[in-house]
Design a protein around this ligand. Structure first.
Ligand SMILES: Nc1ncnc2c1ncn2[C@@H]1O[C@H](COP(=O)(O)OP(=O)(O)OP(=O)(O)O)[C@@H](O)[C@H]1O
Ligand SMILES: O=C(O)c1ccc[n+]([C@@H]2O[C@H](COP(=O)([O-])O)[C@@H](O)[C@H]2O)c1
Length: 199
């Protein structure tokens, strides 16, 4: 039997409810059996000074996915040394699953404009199908796509939450309940993440 495996890559600093909503919607619409959430170890296109410790981001990801039996969290990228390249992750998953899985990489519409800059971008389409979900402020169109034949554009209920907004709200002492799962909000408080001056 072939497993239809969704892959949610992200910095997840922190993971929030739209990440979960997107994964759930992609699973429903594309008939995915599982979705694995993979926090990036070293997101090389982001300033490392602005990115929280990988173990904290992984811990929050694990807490967030725990209630859904379709979802899991992987340490694959945080355990890999060096800059995090999606191409390496997809190759590793291909090695692990061989022909037993079909891979679906799920991303937001903002990624459409930058995927051409990813490491070995030209080989990505050989390794996985790409699913782009609508995101406020970004066009969901395949015009400039180098991956046109391996892409699904998915309209999902749009909700403008971002990790940046969550971090800002915490630093200002504003509530984040209902924007992130409760256990993630509790973890942020317990570990003192994102407080003003914490970075
Ligand atoms: N509100 C949203 N709508 C649609 N896609 C989203 C949304 N927020 C995040 N994503 C997507 O989720 C994936 C992981 O994103 P990431 O972990 O960088 O979260 P983020 O909220 O964009 O973070 P930051 O604000 O720190 O840049 C990316 O593919 C991104 O496009
Ligand atoms: O492979 C790359 O070069 C690459 C460059 C930028 C981002 N990505 C991946 O894209 C996903 C979303 O990234 P981000 O920065 O929006 O959190 C995450 O899985 C990253 O590892 C991958």
């Amino acid at each position: 039997m072939t497993v239809r495996l969704g892959i949610m890559g992200g910095t997840f600093d922190p993971i929030h409810n739209v990440h979960l909503l997107k994964a759930s919607e992609a699973a429903h619409r594309l008939g995915l059996d599982e979705v694995v959430f993979i926090p990036a170890g070293s997101p090389w296109q982001k300033d490392p000074r602005g990115v929280s410790d990988a173990e904290e981001r992984y811990a929050m990801t694990k807490l967030a996915v725990a209630p859904d039996p379709r979802f899991s969290a992987s340490r694959m990228e945080i355990d890999r040394a060096g800059p995090t390249y999606t191409v390496d992750t997809l190759r590793e998953l291909r090695r692990l699953y061989g022909h037993r899985a079909r891979l679906y990489f799920i991303a937001g519409a903002d990624v459409l404009g930058s995927i051409g800059t990813w490491h070995e971008a030209w080989s990505l389409k050989e390794l996985a199908h790409f699913v782009f979900c609508s995101r406020q402020g970004y066009e969901l169109a395949d015009g400039a796509l180098p991956l046109r034949d391996r892409v699904t554009l998915l309209h999902v209920p749009v909700w403008e939450i971002s990790s940046t907004v969550i971090r800002r709200r915490v630093s200002r002492g504003q509530p984040i309940r209902y924007l992130v799962p409760d256990p993630v909000a509790d973890h942020i408080v317990r570990r003192g993440l994102y407080r003003a001056g914490a970075h």
